[in-house]
Design a protein around this ligand. Structure first.
Ligand SMILES: [Zn+2]
Ligand SMILES: [Zn+2]
Length: 416
């Protein structure tokens, strides 16, 4: 127990942290390019924020949240996603007062009690973007492009973009009725979950993993036939913007998000080699959410990308090169006077921005030289009684084996 992390969590070890940093740096670089600013919200929130913001009746809220009562008798939940928190922060801090459009991004841990498998953990990491306050479909296109360019810039090739529209509170009820009618006729062939969805959320039947290949799915009514003018124009405009940006996409009428505050655009980017867990980024418009969380009616659009899955995709494509750490200097000392002298040298080098380490185990100088060679350091800086007496350091280039005795004041200059 004590030496095992909880199921569904993972240590990110130093050699992996380098890959994470690369990903995070790319995110920050790209978001700056698109004018999105970073926001960091708390890891836990009042449970109600998520039950309202994600929706009662969703799997996340019903089965997957880490919810507990704190010592003050409040119901608290570890965030299972970040959109609701961003909207809460936007409302609480009146970020809407600044300008028409607020453009934010986040990187952080999310928590869901789910069956752990490749690319899916109970504590997992997401990068996401939210644009609050604008209904223009150009914003939908902008965030899709940001997600797309991000994944491309990492070197991933087998990516595909699927888009759809899920209508709005005006036209979706008509579609919903059509779907309910259609699936009621086929109710005997639906899985148990979908029979329940039939009343609550018939749209979700469209993306059911169990029923997706059954014959009647093929002929299910499509939303195109029900869209209102506003939704139709929005979707057409989005397609024009994406085409103008040179991004290939397919329209997938089964791509749905069932809740009422999701409106119009839905999209997903898949990396096919990942198989069943191929979605690496997904999002869409949520014009009804801000009102649901107590704000004024405000249009908004966003996406989230799973960083574990993206790293898995990079690994599959051989894009995670082994990176070697580089230390400039390894300080080697013999004798207790030399040890203090060496420690001062070590400190001086670091103050001059030169990376340096030394061995603290009081090993023989021969053993320390071995450690120096193994460390990958470029120079060994050797100090013994002679060097202490003459205020010098023996500088050995570990790549060429050349060595010379240098006054201690000139060491930094010598090796930088
Ligand atoms: Zn509509
Ligand atoms: Zn089903």
């Amino acid at each position: 127990m004590l030496t095992n992390a909880p199921r569904g969590t993972k240590d990110i070890l130093p050699e992996q942290v380098r890959n994470w940093l690369r990903l995070e740096n790319k995110i920050r670089e790209l978001c700056a390019l698109y004018g999105y600013e970073e926001i960091r919200t708390p890891t836990f929130e009042h449970t109600e924020l998520f039950s309202r913001g994600i929706g009662e009746g969703t799997d996340v809220v019903e089965k997957e949240m880490y919810t507990f009562t704190d010592r003050g008798d409040r119901s608290i939940t570890l965030r299972p996603e970040n959109t609701a928190s961003v909207v809460r922060a936007w409302l609480q801090n009146k970020l809407y007062a600044n300008a028409g459009l607020t453009k934010l991004f986040y990187i952080g841990s999310m928590f869901r009690y789910d069956r752990p498998q490749a690319g899916r953990l109970r504590e997992f990491h997401q990068f996401g973007v939210e644009a609050l306050g604008e209904k223009n479909p150009a914003v939908d296109a902008e965030i899709i492009l940001l997600a797309w360019e991000f994944l491309h810039s990492l070197g991933l090739t087998e990516l595909s973009l699927k888009i759809n529209t899920v209508g709005c509170p005006e036209c979706r009820p008509i579609y919903r009725r059509k779907l309910t009618e259609y699936f009621t006729e086929n109710a005997d062939d639906l899985c148990a979950d979908c029979r329940r969805r039939l009343e609550k959320n018939p749209l979700r039947i469209l993306d059911c993993k169990v029923d997706r290949d059954k014959d009647f799915m093929e002929d299910a009514p499509r939303i195109e036939t029900c869209l209102c003018d506003d939704c139709r124009e929005h979707f057409n405009a989005l397609k024009k913007f994406l085409t103008a940006a040179g991004v290939e996409f397919t329209v997938d009428s089964r791509l749905v998000r069932g809740l009422d505050y999701y409106t119009k655009t839905a999209f997903e980017i898949q990396y096919a080699p990942l198989g069943a867990q191929s979605a690496v980024a997904g999002g869409g418009r949520y014009d009804g959410l801000i009102r649901e969380l107590g704000g004024d009616d405000t249009p908004a659009v966003g996406f989230a990308a799973g960083l574990e899955r993206i790293l898995l995709a990079l690994e599959l494509q051989g894009l995670l090169p082994a990176q070697t750490k580089k230390i400039a200097a390894f300080v080697v000392s013999g004798g207790s006077a030399a040890e203090v002298y060496a420690f001062k040298l070590l400190t001086d080098l670091r103050r001059q921005n030169i990376s340096a380490v030394m061995d603290f185990a009081k090993k023989s100088m021969k053993a320390q030289m071995k450690s120096a060679a193994k460390s990958g350091a470029k120079f060994a800086l050797i100090v013994g009684d002679d060097e202490v007496a003459s205020s010098t350091v023996t500088v050995k280039n570990l790549e060429t084996a050349a060595q010379e005795q240098v006054p201690i004041a000139q060491v930094a200059e010598k090796i930088s």
